[in-house]
Design a protein around this ligand. Structure first.
Ligand SMILES: Cc1ncc(COP(=O)(O)O)c(C=O)c1O
Length: 400
């Protein structure tokens, strides 16, 4: 998963280009920057790589979600449907724009179950956010078809799956827009950072202006130039050094990072096949899997625990997602208990009343998958020695 494993000379060279000019900022300083526009170039290359018309760089994957939701016009009174298994950032962004997160079940893909999604749509639903978790596809064609039936835009949270595809088409390009994260553990990294891609020029202009305090970007698309602010914005601007790193990482994404992960994932999968009753996570298009993780289901919670104890004792612990308090709905105690930092309790409480209350037991289908699931993060680079250790640990765990 982590692009930081391959951080090297190429990234250093790109950063040097910026340091030589001394212009660390994406806008202005036309004379001083000597033609160096790293963030802008990164946006252009990222959009081209994904087959999208436009890309908007921002400060994080969370910012990408917030800017995209804001540009889609989502706000208080609106509901946004996402899934029971995702990183907290997905619903944090929904809360930040003042909307209400609604959670759909996940299925054997560990992503949104389209049939369950349809049961969650209400007259207030203004956006649907499927998440391509752990490197692999949600059932995106079915989800988009359902959303279209109700005229609701789809925002694909692709934070964990940069470079992933479905039937050859990049994840993030199926819905109205797709968001990405380049934080420390992502497939490609810029330290911190994020991106939104879209084919909709008007939506892109909204994102571009909103992320830059509402500056008018009409005269000079993707950049400043006009003086007619259309709305109040904020600041989520990416800096030039991040853009520089992104360019170097993007160039390695397919050929080095995903290729390395695919090779190592295949080896992990073969090794994990010795576990009795093991069922691998459903990947709806193996070719398009960015191969950041290998996940599998065992027959019970207890079996997962026994297996993972042996793996841990042998230096090869897997992640038990059922206990994961960052990614799994019943473990988000701060959301479930309505804890916020604001005096009044906003955005979970308003005028002394909880705006919405979540039942931790509301998503039994998701529990049936996530609480029987173990996962390994796949390295880009792996020694034969480490693979041997994994194989031996899994063989021992097969007897647990
Ligand atoms: C599914 C998902 N969405 C959004 C984010 C937010 O990204 P960032 O950490 O760059 O804000 C993450 C980060 O882990 C994520 O996994």
């Amino acid at each position: 998963m982590p692009g930081f494993e391959v951080f090297g000379k190429e990234e250093e060279q790109e950063i040097q280009d910026v340091l030589k000019t001394g212009v660390l900022f994406r806008y202005e300083f036309a004379a001083e920057r000597q033609g160096v526009y790293k963030v802008r170039t990164f946006e252009e290359k990222f959009a081209a790589f994904c087959g999208a018309s436009f890309a908007q760089a921002v400060t994080s994957g969370t910012a990408a979600l917030k800017v995209a939701l804001a540009a889609l016009g989502v706000g208080p009174g609106d509901e946004v449907i996402t899934q029971a298994f995702t990183f907290v950032a997905t619903w944090e962004a929904i809360l930040e724009v003042g909307a209400t997160p609604v959670f759909a079940e996940v299925d054997a893909t560990m992503n949104m179950d389209p049939a369950n999604l349809e049961t969650k749509i209400s007259a207030n639903t203004r956006c649907i956010i499927p998440v391509h978790m752990l490197g692999a596809q949600a059932r995106i064609e079915e989800i988009v078809a359902i959303a279209q039936k109700y005229g609701i835009p789809v925002l694909e949270d692709t934070a964990q799956s940069a470079g992933g595809r479905y039937k050859g088409q990049h994840l993030g390009t199926f819905g109205a827009c797709g968001t990405f994260s380049f934080d420390s553990v992502k497939t490609m990294t810029t330290g911190e950072g994020g991106m939104i891609i879209t084919n909709d020029g008007e939506l892109w202009r909204g994102m571009s202006e909103y992320h830059d305090h509402g500056h008018d970007h009409q005269a000079n698309p993707g950049g400043r130039g006009g003086e007619k602010r259309r709305f109040v914005g904020s600041n989520y601007r990416m800096m030039e050094i991040q853009g520089a790193i992104g360019l170097a990482q993007l160039a390695k994404l397919d050929s080095v990072i995903i290729a390395g992960q695919k090779k190592n994932k295949a080896a992990f999968k073969e090794a994990a096949a010795v576990l009795p009753g093991v069922q691998f996570r459903e990947i709806i298009d193996q070719d398009g899997d960015s191969a950041t993780h290998l996940c599998f289901f065992l027959d019970s919670v207890e079996h997962c625990q026994r297996v993972n104890e042996v793996l841990a004792a042998n230096g090869c612990a897997a992640t038990y997602f059922g206990a994961n308090s960052w990614h799994y709905y019943p473990r988000w105690e701060h959301l479930l208990d309505g804890k916020t930092i604001s005096r009044e309790g906003w955005p979970l409480t308003a005028r002394g009343k909880r705006r919405f209350v979540y039942d931790p037991a509301a998503l039994p289908q998701s529990a049936g998958f996530i609480e029987r699931c173990l996962g390994f993060q796949i390295p880009v680079r792996m020694s034969d020695e480490r693979l041997g250790q994994m194989r031996a640990a899994l063989q021992q765990a097969a007897r647990a």
